[in-house]
Design a protein around this ligand. Structure first.
Ligand code: SF4
Ligand code: SF4
Length: 127
């Protein structure tokens, strides 16, 4: 995952706090930081991924993951079965009761709960 730190939070020890709080090793592959902000490319264990991504997001870090989810609106019947499964509130109903996916909130391949839940195969992982 790619972690993006804004100027406002770049001087905070967010990564080390999350390693300690979540008792999770985070493998830093590359890092670039200065007073204007920074980016860290990191690997995290799959079983802790959702928890760790949520923790970074809650501290204001922008998290990009390699794979995201795509929704096929032609296949989707707006049944809503995927919505309650989503730990990131990335799926929801619009005012006209159609189901929408907010890709910016999605944890992508580290989660995939909705993909397995959709009997219409309207959700799929992008690689
Ligand atoms: S479970 Fe599948 S068909 Fe149902 S709302 Fe979600 S994407 Fe659409
Ligand atoms: S993969 Fe599906 S359930 Fe998981 S965060 Fe993304 S939209 Fe939500």
């Amino acid at each position: 995952m790619l972690l993006r730190f804004s100027r406002q939070i770049v001087d905070q020890p967010i990564t080390s706090q999350i390693i300690l709080e979540k008792k999770t090793p985070i493998n830093i592959l590359s890092a670039r930081m200065n007073q204007l902000g920074g980016e860290i490319l990191a690997e995290i264990p799959g079983d802790k991924a959702q928890e760790v991504i949520k923790a970074f997001k809650s501290k204001g870090v922008i998290v990009d993951v390699a794979s995201l989810i795509e929704k096929d609106d032609d296949l989707c019947i707006d049944c809503g079965a995927c919505i309650s499964l989503c730990p990131m509130d990335a799926l929801g109903f619009t005012e006209d009761k159609s189901v929408t996916l907010d890709a910016k909130k999605c944890n992508g391949a580290t989660c995939g709960l909705c993909v397995d839940a959709c009997t219409r195969r309207a959700l799929r992982l992008l690689s």
